[in-house]
Write a protein that binds this ligand. Structure first.
Ligand code: UDP
Ligand code: G50
Length: 462
């Protein structure tokens, strides 16, 4: 049988190659689960050592849940932070993995049945293209942020930042992005992120396709523009596969706040959490506590004191302060650990989400119909926050600026939480989006169809 005659399904063997950080790993594993539901054969490339314990633990839960997958463990060559010009452990890992990719040629060539396609992280494009060319297989990217962020990634190499004509970046057929919303590490000359983003952005056209955790109800127009050739000529197909569904294996061990939520009335709790890699300053932590306590609502707050979980060792009392902790315990629940965010967002007691707007969090809020108070902290989060506000599923207080640079006062935060929780307009719009998301993920819906089409392409070697 020639490759083009292969039916989709069992014979299609795909390698998934995530990079560092839960925000990148989580969508890869959700994609993996979707591909397994469609009977794909999978090899998951895992980089060792991982940056965070959350990543190692999630991979081990995933591999136990799906023993049919092959885990290809890959030991990366470590990198000197001085050489790499960064102190962000996740960016250092991006670069270390990129520099180690050649070590994968031999183990990937030895796989049986041979690979039909490689799906790599967006931060690995240049290195992965060498790999896929050697293996003579198509190279796809799973873009782990929004479609609007992807349009920026694709168009950025053609932007003249020194252009004095204004404060906006105009992306043809998409619209404008304020320069103040660009990811801060992109504006640091010679930073790892700047180098990867600009180098790899130029090579998007060499990819066979780009998968995005996007859905029509939120970004249908942006995806259509990207596929029309009007943003840039010659882009590969952009395939919206979202919302990616959270899975059972993601459930962490440990204290679950669900029992506490069970006792509370519908939409009476605000959930505040800022993703896997945002540490707040002690000053901001104190103000968040004051804000939550003064909001008039019950709250579930996840505190993070260090960027990398392995270093986050101090107890809640030390980080939040004993006195404030006592006050908070009367009104809400405060945790300093990994929680099952999708389960929390899906609980009927939760009526609002104070979020940094990491893209996975935005999509999870959309899936569960929870309105968002957007408080971008870093990276692509302002661009995502802009979309949340534009779509009417949340509010973004632009004057707060970047969370990692400015401190927001508790009183101000408390007032905005009240506004969020009391907005019928936001709640109604979030409920509409939830319905659209449910249609997309239903059996035979747009997600299923997109995955089937992809497997069909891969089985033909395209
Ligand atoms: N997450 C979780 N529990 C936590 C913190 C985060 O389940 O305690 C999940 C969250 O649901 C999301 C991912 O981790 O799927 C974080 O990705 P996101 O893009 O939202 O933000 P990042 O962590 O990359 O800043
Ligand atoms: C992580 C981060 C900042 C940031 C992003 C992160 C993104 C996502 C898109 O993922 O913007 C992205 C595009 C190109 C690339 C890596 C990631 O090389 O801390 O902005």
């Amino acid at each position: 049988m020639s490759t083009s005659d292969q039916p989709s399904g069992d014979l299609t063997h795909v390698a998934l190659f995530p990079s560092a950080g839960m925000g990148h790993l989580v969508p890869f594993l959700r994609l993996a689960a979707a591909l397994l539901r469609h009977h794909c054969k999978l090899t998951l490339i895992t980089s060792h050592p991982a940056v965070s314990s959350a990543e190692s633990q999630l991979i081990s839960r995933f591999v136990s849940a799906f023993p049919q997958i092959t885990e290809l463990k890959f030991h990366i060559v470590s990198l000197d932070p001085l050489v790499a010009n960064s102190d962000d452990p996740f960016f250092l890992q991006f670069e270390a993995i990129r520099r180690s990719v050649h070590l994968l040629t031999s183990p990937l060539s030895a796989l049986s049945p041979p690979l039909s396609a490689l799906v790599c992280d967006v931060s690995l494009i240049s290195s992965a293209l060498v790999l896929s060319a050697t293996l003579k297989i198509p190279n796809y990217v799973l873009f782990t942020s929004s479609a609007i962020m992807f349009s920026l990634f694709a168009y950025y190499p053609f932007v003249k930042m020194s252009d004095p004509s204004g404060d906006l970046i105009h992306i043809p057929a998409i619209g404008s992005i304020p320069k103040t919303s660009l990811p801060p590490p992109l504006l640091v000359d010679n930073s790892i992120f700047n180098k990867i983003f600009t180098q790899d952005g130029r090579r998007i056209k060499e990819l066979n396709g780009v998968l995005i955790n996007a859905m029509d109800a939120m970004e249908g127009d942006t995806v259509a523009a990207l596929n029309s050739g009007k943003v840039l000529d010659g882009l590969p197909p952009v395939v919206p596969i979202g919302p990616l569904l959270p899975c059972e294996f993601e459930n962490p061990e440990g204290k679950s706040p669900i029992k506490w939520l069970e006792k509370l009335p519908p939409r009476s709790v605000v959930f505040a959490s800022f993703g896997s890699r945002t540490a707040a300053s002690r000053e901001q932590i104190k103000e968040i506590g004051i804000g939550l306590a003064s909001s008039g609502y019950k709250f579930l707050w996840i505190v993070k004191d260090k960027v990398v979980d392995k270093e986050d060792k101090e107890g809640l009392e030390e980080v939040v302060g004993e006195e404030l902790m006592e006050k908070l315990e009367e009104k809400g629940m405060v945790l300093k650990e990994w929680v099952n965010q999708e389960e929390i967002l899906g609980h009927r007691a939760v009526g609002g989400f104070v979020s940094h707007c990491g893209w996975n969090s935005v999509m999870e809020a959309a899936l569960k119909g929870v309105p968002v108070l957007a408080w971008p902290q870093n990276g692509d989060q302002m661009i995502n926050a802009g979309l949340v506000a534009k779509k009417g599923v949340g509010m973004w207080v632009e004057k707060w600026g970047w969370g990692h640079k400015c401190v927001v006062k508790g009183e101000e935060l408390g007032g905005r939480i009240k506004e969020l929780m009391e907005s019928d307009v936001l709640r109604a719009r979030a409920a509409e989006l939830k319905e659209e998301a449910a249609k997309a993920v239903a059996v035979g819906g747009s997600c299923d169809r997109a995955i089937e089409r992809l497997i069909g392409r891969w089985s033909k070697g395209i």
